[in-house]
Design a protein around this ligand. Structure first.
Ligand SMILES: NC(=O)c1ccc[n+]([C@@H]2O[C@H](COP(=O)([O-])OP(=O)(O)OC[C@H]3O[C@@H](n4cnc5c(N)ncnc54)[C@H](OP(=O)(O)O)[C@@H]3O)[C@@H](O)[C@H]2O)c1
Length: 261
């Protein structure tokens, strides 16, 4: 084995503010919650951001305005990721909006429902696999087809600690995230060296909107760090993965250690 080049650490490599200037990113489900935080982190680093949404049009507009405040460009694009015919068009729509090819795809949109293996309906199963697994596959395929040669593309998948620690709860969701874990590793190999593919495996960061009021208090007891990771901690893990050319096929757990329990 030979080492052809020793690259000294530089501000760009270390993720200093602005290291994504000139790039364009698509974030699915980017209007609200974790997706919005990821959009803000990308814009803060100088990326043009295309905010994908389905039902949250007003929130997507508000997020675009927030992103523009960083001095860059931002756009919103609507698509139902449960519909494969629409999903395969999304990357092209995003490049048209951005006026340039995409360098970064963040597969964040997701559905999350209850249900055990015995109670999950066919409809719930199909929706979870369609939005959480099939859509990232179709988007990754379209994304890979448009990354210009000579550019390193990046795919970041938003996963869950359940991908490697399956229980029987949230069954259809969990199995879709197990599939997403496999997709991350398989695509990292298939798309190298031009595109790096990594995932963030989150524990509870934000309570589901319909969660009971004691949700956070009860769940904290199950987390070794005894706290929910913050949106900043999630975003900075994404920025680390985007800034580190030596990492692909990797799962970064941002879950306070919950995958170890
Ligand atoms: N929240 C947590 O603590 C947590 C924990 C572990 C893992 N994660 C993972 O982190 C990611 C973000 O979590 P989150 O809680 O912020 O997500 P979320 O609020 O449950 O969903 C994000 C977005 O997904 C979009 N979406 C849902 N169905 C769609 C469809 N058919 N077509 C297009 N978009 C659709 C929705 O967009 P619209 O609002 O525009 O309809 C929604 O705002 C997810 O992948 C999740 O699995 C989150």
């Amino acid at each position: 084995m030979t080492i052809d080049q020793i690259v000294e650490p530089s501000p760009e490599r270390l993720g200093e503010r602005g290291f994504l200037a000139g790039t364009a990113a698509l974030v699915t489900g980017g209007a609200r919650r974790i997706g919005r935080a990821l959009c803000l982190a990308l814009a803060q680093q100088g990326a043009t951001v295309v905010v994908h949404y389905l039902t949250s049009e007003a929130a997507a507009t508000a997020t675009v305005l927030e992103l523009e405040a960083f001095g860059g460009k931002a756009f919103k694009v609507k698509c139902d990721l449960a519909q494969p015919d629409m999903t395969v068009q999304l990357v092209a729509q995003a490049t048209t909006a951005a006026g340039q090819p995409l360098d970064i795809l963040v597969n964040n949109a997701s559905v999350f429902g209850p249900g055990s293996p015995l109670t999950t309906t066919l409809k719930e199963w199909d929706l979870n696999q369609a939005v959480n697994l099939r859509a990232p596959f179709l988007l990754s395929q379209a994304f890979a087809g448009q990354v210009p040669s000579g550019i390193t593309g990046n795919i970041i998948n938003l996963n869950d600690f359940r991908a490697t620690k399956t229980g029987s709860d949230h069954f259809a969701y969990t199995i879709s995230k197990v599939g997403l874990h496999g997709l991350t590793r398989s695509l990292a190999l298939a798309l190298a060296p031009g595109i790096r593919v990594n995932e963030l495996a989150l524990g509870a960061v934000l309570a589901p909107e319909e969660a009971p009021t004691d949700y956070e208090h009860t769940l904290r007891e199950q987390i070794p760090s005894r706290k929910f990771p913050s949106l900043d901690e999630v975003s900075s893990a994404m920025v680390f993965l985007l800034g580190n050319d030596g990492v692909t096929g990797q799962t970064v757990f941002v879950d306070g250690g919950r995958h170890l329990t």
